[in-house]
Design a binder for this molecule. Structure first.
Ligand code: ADP
Ligand code: MG
Length: 339
């Protein structure tokens, strides 16, 4: 008996989102069905059928199916934001901020209302990458995000100098993250993209707990050493029950702007292989291009500066995959636990 045999046995019942969880221990299977209280009587025959079906599986000693009243999810800290996604990696310099900015622009180009929040308190990149240096206005005690490239943007770098942020300590960092979530007038958004700091520390945990993340996009370069860090990042999000939407391979290959020849400077395909190994979807590859670095430094993301370029197309393809994933009703998968 394994996860697949249980799911296969349950498939004919077409439970969908009603299937809340499955717990298996020593041949005892317990299925939890989330229903509305008033439907309990009508669904009782279904509940018994499920028990009988599971009890008949080889290796199952006893099976119970129980109802729980369907609870509406708590409104959370960002009730008007439909999905919050974190762009993360185990280490710095792999292109998280570059991917976060260009992915956000590509999502906005697809017609979504998009916000972009810089959670890298120690090393905020968004002021430079977006070409923004104004201070945000405060209205009714809330900061108004700055507009750039069709995005609503907020970074600690709009508020304090980089040197000030560098000397903050842990609790201050968590306070700053809380403020960026709750004291900013984000308004109604389809997606809030969060540019994460490197690693698996306090910021990641605070956001996973407070921001109700719909998923994480893990950025890695192709070489093994970066993939080890990517794996650590995937593990951390799994532990805090944030689904990993997939892996992006950044600096995937170098396309020479002079002769067009392609060189795999850091190797190539490592992230796709890692995705296959961990079961995380592979979202796509972004080439290593001088234009990506130059546009990033100049505050005009390449997706905005050259929307038909090879690099912009790569980001747009990743955006399309993410939009599909966020739309899929299966975003909340049942939890299946084997003890
Ligand atoms: N695909 C790419 N091609 C060229 N330069 C890139 C690419 N991705 C990132 N860079 C450059 O690498 C540096 C680090 O990228 P950044 O996005 O700041 O990484 P992180 O946020 O992971 O620390 C930046 O100067 C950026 O412009
Ligand atoms: Mg960064």
């Amino acid at each position: 008996m394994n996860q697949d045999t249980i799911l296969a046995a349950l498939a004919p019942f077409k439970l969908g989102a009603m299937l809340d969880g499955v717990h298996v221990a020593d041949g005892l299977v317990q299925v939890t069905l989330a229903i509305k209280r008033e439907d309990a009587a009508a669904l009782e025959p279904l509940r018994r059928e499920i028990e009988a079906k599971l009890a008949g599986l080889p290796g199952v000693k006893n099976a119970t199916a129980i109802f729980t009243a369907h609870k509406a999810p708590p409104p959370g800290i960002l009730p008007e934001v439909r999905a919050v996604i974190a762009v993360a990696s185990g280490k710095g310099g792999v292109g998280k901020s570059t991917v976060a900015v260009n992915l956000a622009v590509a999502l906005a180009q697809s017609g979504l209302k998009v916000g972009l929040m810089d959670a890298d308190i120690y090393g905020p990149s968004l002021p430079r990458m977006l070409g923004l240096s104004r201070k945000p206005e405060v209205r009714d005690g809330k900061m108004i995000p700055l507009e750039a490239w069709g995005l609503r943007c907020m970074s600690i770098g709009f508020l304090v100098s980089e040197d000030t942020a560098m000397i903050w300590r842990g609790p201050m960092v968590m306070g700053a993250i809380n403020q960026l979530l709750s004291q900013v007038e984000w308004g109604a958004l389809d997606v809030l993209v969060i540019d994460m700091p490197p690693g698996t520390g306090d910021t990641q945990l605070t956001l996973a707990q407070k921001a109700n993340l719909a998923g994480a996009v893990i950025v890695s370069t192709p070489q093994d050493i970066a993939l080890i860090d990517a794996r650590r990042g995937i593990k951390m999000f799994e532990q805090v029950k944030v689904p990993v939407l997939g892996i992006v391979e950044n600096m995937s290959y170098f396309a020479c702007p002079h002769c067009g020849e392609r060189s795999d400077i850091f190797g190539h395909g490592g992230a796709a292989a890692e995705a296959a190994r961990t079961g995380a979807p592979f979202l796509g590859e972004v080439p290593l291009l001088l234009a990506i670095r130059e546009t990033g430094d100049a505050g005009t993301p390449i997706t905005a500066a050259a929307p038909a370029s090879e690099a912009a197309l790569a980001f747009q393809a990743i955006a399309v995959k993410i939009i599909d994933m966020l739309a899929a009703p299966a975003a909340r998968r049942p939890e299946i636990v084997f003890d």
